[in-house]
Design a protein around this ligand. Structure first.
Ligand code: 2PG
Ligand code: MG
Length: 424
């Protein structure tokens, strides 16, 4: 049995050049686990708190206080504990903070230790991180999941808060649903990505990319974005709706003002029910099989309308709506809104709570999608989490920018080395 003998945190940087927390957990056998915390731009209002320093340095975004909270307060609390006791460790961290949103020590501090503990346990047990997460789900929930390679959702065209263009919908993703394995899924997706670049450049538009590596051209409207993606699928010799489906993340809270959904790009101000009709028309016309945050996080009536109208033919994903929080998800399940949840561990702030939220979704027939944040690092924990928990779907940006590609590359290696783990 291994024991934790110490922790050490430092400030590192995410893909936007913004400070974030990295933590190492050292074991008595000489090994250590290391992790880095991601950070969002279009955040849900009920997310756990990311602690930022008050000082002016780094535009007010330093995380030295969170780092110090690990080094001085949280780290010493878990000395001598077996890193396999993730649930016990997370409980100690969460109760020492004592707030409902982890605002005393910071969700970024607590999550950094929580993740590094998982890494150190997998190293102590001499097993892969995905096998460790598989075991952890069983320990915490008491049931098994079949490990699987998740179907990727690649965000190849960026708008909203993630890009400096006139597109209102934040993410336009391709899902290589017809691929026989992950390798083929990535072959198709990268061919489409390169063809999309050519199509954009041939129309005289800019092929510079947004925060998640997708292109960010100025286009006439949202539909135009879908059309050029369809063109790039066809140009790649693939069939839209057969080989490749499309997913959207509207991140609708970003353009809802409490009354209407304002689509700047197309000069429209729509009521909830008009916006539901707008999305319904897109689903009818194009092979869109998943829509995330189609409505604002507080517009539950809109969510009810959307779920009633589209819920049978389309996956409806709650991101800002559920913020990876089990209690909030349970409320949504009771209301019958959405039918899937986006899982981002920094929205809730620990591995144990993340697993419990996924269990809740599983129990109620809601699908889970493991997700990156728009501010990422080279940390690939989410790839292993998606496999170990067999959730079946991952979204981690375009096949561009190493902070995104690192996750896809990790999945390629796992597929190569584990012939029993299949694409879901
Ligand atoms: C989202 C995410 C990730 P952010 O809205 O789903 O794509 O963006 O991390 O900015 O919240
Ligand atoms: Mg989202």
């Amino acid at each position: 049995m291994a024991k934790i003998i110490g922790t050490k945190a430092i400030q590192v940087f995410d893909s936007r050049g913004v400070p974030t927390v990295s933590c190492k957990v050292f074991l008595d056998n000489g090994s250590y686990g290391i992790a880095m915390v991601p950070s969002g731009a279009s955040t849900g209002s009920k997310e756990a708190l990311e602690l930022r320093d008050e000082a002016n340095k780094y535009h007010g975004k330093g995380v030295q206080d969170a780092v110090q909270n690990i080094n001085d307060i949280l780290g010493p609390l878990i000395i001598d504990i077996d890193p396999n006791n993730q649930e016990e460790i997370d409980k100690i961290l969460i109760s020492s903070d004592g707030t409902s949103d982890k605002s005393k020590y910071g969700a970024n501090a607590i999550l950094a230790i929580s993740l590094a503990v998982s890494h150190s346990a997998s190293i102590a047990n001499k097993i892969s991180l995905h096998d460790h997460f598989y075991n952890l789900y069983e320990n915490i929930v008491g049931e098994n999941q079949v490990q699987s390679i998740p179907m990727p959702m690649l965000n190849i065209l960026n708008g909203g808060e993630h890009a400096n263009n006139n597109i209102d919908i934040q993410e336009f993703m391709i899902i290589p649903s017809g691929a026989k394995n992950f390798n083929q899924a990535m072959q198709w997706s990268t061919e489409i990505y390169v063809n999309l670049k050519k199509i954009i450049e041939d129309s005289g538009l800019s092929s510079s990319v947004g925060d998640e590596g997708g292109f960010a051209p100025d286009l006439k409207n949202n539909e135009e974005a879908i059309k050029i993606i369809i063109d790039s699928i066809i140009k790649s010799g693939l069939e839209p709706g057969e080989d490749i489906n499309i997913a959207l993340d509207c991140a609708a809270s970003e353009f809802f003002d409490g009354n209407s959904y304002t689509l700047k790009g197309e000069n429209k101000k729509l009521s909830s029910s008009e916006f539901v009709d707008y999305l319904d028309k897109l689903v009818e016309k194009y092979p869109i099989t998943s829509i995330e945050d189609g409505m604002d996080e507080n517009d539950h009536n809109g969510w009810k309308l959307l779920t009633k109208k589209i819920g049978k033919k389309c996956q409806l994903v709650g991101d800002d709506l559920f913020v990876t929080n089990k209690d909030i998800l349970e409320g949504g399940i009771k209301e019958g809104i959405a039918n899937a949840i986006l899982i981002k561990f920094n929205q809730v702030g620990s591995i144990t709570e993340t697993i419990k939220t996924i269990e809740c979704a599983n129990k109620h027939g809601y699908k889970s999608i493991i997700s990156h944040r728009s501010g990422e690092t080279e940390d690939t924990t989410i790839a292993d989490l998606a496999i170990g928990l067999g959730v079946g779907q991952i979204k981690t940006g375009a096949p561009c920018r190493s902070d995104r590609v690192a996750k896809y590359n990790r999945l390629l290696w796992i597929e190569e080395e584990n012939s029993h783990i299949l694409l879901k």
